[in-house]
Design a protein around this ligand. Structure first.
Ligand code: HEM
Length: 519
């Protein structure tokens, strides 16, 4: 009896399971035939997809080449990971801004998030409550200078940089490299940067490590590899992750702790942390929402310390390559600012040519080539194509910056294209700041901060110095360094060149300002 029941139970389960399986197969094949196609893209091989066609670097340039065949949307798969390259500004806006409820998350990167521990940094945080809290702190303190007057630190640190360049011209690169870090550390933690400052170094190493994590994408395909013990051969990634973890931890906590101690002793200068602590420290000493605040603050440190260096380095390189542009910008400064003081933010409105130079620097430098990858949280259909949930969307800001339909003669450096008041206006497309800082809910919160620092640094350098090519041993001018480090975030090193003070008056002005006796 028992055996008979058991047999029929097994038979029934078998029938039900088989029916379920058949139903699923029919359902899947039906949905496949009904579902719209993926966007066009290079032919995928079974299992590995486009793995062999995706170049190890300069994917943004490959995407432009593919555009001729497939158009502005290019769909790729690599070992099961779906990717969508978006070459046009209009499509990036449509997906990442107009449909930002679906396209505002970040991919989960095994190396960066699980092994190195960057999950706290806003740029790696998935869409959700923590992300929203980070963004509201960042918007409040850095989105505009209303709560915290970050412009003051931008002016004073720029003038420090001018003085250092005056005294040690050969090493101008060192001072440009530390300018953004010295401003952001003052803004966020009230920390005054010293020569060879440990925290600027930690910040720059942290940014480099975080962007290098993309080299370990094989761990996303085989995430179980992360459980292999460290002593096992070919697990160098464990050693790298261990080292990065120390830097990541230092970025997140070290300066925050120092600032907290200073605040407790009443010696913390006004900054983002001092304002937050004064508003959120409870009677028993505990601090409301401290985790989200310290993460949002440390991500600003991360965002501010590096990208703006590329912008200012690119400005110097372009001035070396385009002496006529340099002269024209200096003439405008002479008329508006005069030769008796250095520029202020109040001059910005009256310096359209200098503003155009800055806009052209940002376009031409294309600092964040593929912005930061977004990830979709829902299946979507766009322009008749199916974009599955979990697709990594890469907006090709480099392609937008050099699109000849928006910017005729795109590789030429032409500030005139941004001047609406001259007949030379040639720009038909978006502004460089519309795509260079990303899209939608994830767009860079440091956009205004970065633009104002570039303006004050560029106009102050132009007012103080003539930048000229150095002369080589063969008596020929040395061409400027145009070799960008080809990462998702492009970096540019200094050129061999001369910073020649424009007049003894400018020299004494810079010195007097730094010594606190502004003339
Ligand atoms: C010229 C300088 C800069 C450029 C070109 C730049 C560009 C970008 C881009 C393209 C993104 C990704 C946006 C997206 O995914 O749609 C981004 C994100 C971010 N940037 Fe910037 N940035 C610059 C300066 C700064 C500065 C100065 C700060 C901080 C003071 C900053 C803080 C951030 C943060 C926190 C994020 C992450 C936002 C998120 O994931 O929600 N950036 N930036």
């Amino acid at each position: 009896m028992f055996d008979g029941n058991m047999n029929s139970l097994i038979t029934n389960i078998g029938i039900v399971s088989a029916s379920f399986l058949i139903f699923r197969i029919i359902e899947i094949s039906y949905s496949r035939t009904k579902r719209p196609p993926y966007p066009p893209g290079p032919k995928r091989l079974p299992l590995i997809g486009n793995l062999l066609q995706i170049p190890p670097s300069h994917l943004w340039e490959k995407a432009v080449e593919w555009r001729k065949e497939y158009g502005d949307l290019i769909y790729l798969e690599s070992l099961g990971q779906r990717m969508l390259l978006v070459n046009s500004y209009e499509h990036a806006m449509e997906l990442l801004a107009n449909r930002s409820a679906i396209y505002s998350s970040r991919p989960h990167l095994t190396m960066a998030v699980d092994l190195e521990g960057w999950i706290w940094a806003t740029g790696f945080t998935p869409y959700g409550d923590n992300f929203r809290k980070h963004r509201s702190y960042q918007q409040r303190f850095i989105g505009s200078p209303e709560t915290l007057n970050y412009l003051e630190a931008q002016i004073s640190e720029t003038r420090n940089m001018l003085k250092n360049i005056l005294e040690d011209t050969e090493n101008y690169g060192t001072y440009v490299q530390s300018l953004p870090g010295s401003v952001i550390l003052m803004n966020v933690y009230g920390h005054r940067v010293e020569k060879n400052d440990r925290y600027v170094d930690i910040g720059q190493r942290g940014v480099q490590y975080a962007s290098d994590a993309e080299q370990y994408m094989f761990l996303d395909v085989f995430p179980w590899l992360k459980y292999i013990p460290e002593w096992f051969p070919w697990t160098k990634f464990h050693k790298v992750a261990k080292e990065v973890k120390k830097v990541q931890h230092a970025m997140r906590y070290d300066l925050y702790q120092v600032s907290k101690e200073k605040a407790a002793n009443g010696i913390l200068k006004e900054c983002m942390t001092s304002i937050f602590l004064s508003e959120n420290t409870r009677g028993d000493g505990s601090i409301a929402d401290e985790d989200n605040f310290s993460a949002a603050a440390a991500t600003l440190y991360m965002g501010g310390v590096d990208t703006s260096v590329t912008a200012i380095m690119s400005f110097v390189m372009q001035m070396l390559k385009n002496p006529n542009v340099q002269r024209k910008a200096q003439e405008e400064i002479e008329v508006v600012v005069g030769a008796d003081r250095l520029p202020y933010f109040e001059d910005m409105e009256n310096l359209p040519y200098v503003r155009a130079v800055c806009a052209e620097v940002l376009r031409h430098a294309a600092i964040a080539t593929l912005i930061i990858p977004h990830s979709s949280t829902k299946d979507d259909v766009f322009n008749g194509y199916f974009i599955p949930q979990g697709t990594i969307v890469l907006a090709n800001a480099w392609a937008m910056a050099f699109n000849p339909e928006y910017f005729p003669d795109p590789h030429a450096f032409k500030p005139e294209r941004w001047l609406s008041s001259t007949s030379g206006k040639e720009t038909k497309g978006p502004r460089s700041t519309d795509f260079g800082f990303g899209f939608g809910r994830r767009a860079c919160p440091g956009r205004d901060w970065a633009q104002s620092l570039l303006f004050i640094a560029a106009s102050s350098i132009l007012a103080t110095f003539n930048i000229e090519k150095a002369i080589g041993e063969d008596a020929n001018p040395i061409e400027p360094n145009e070799e960008y480090y080809p990462g998702f975030i492009r970096q540019l090193g200094p050129s061999k060149c001369k910073f020649i003070p424009r007049s003894p008056r400018m020299v004494s002005l810079v010195k007097s300002y730094v010594n606190g006796n502004e003339v």
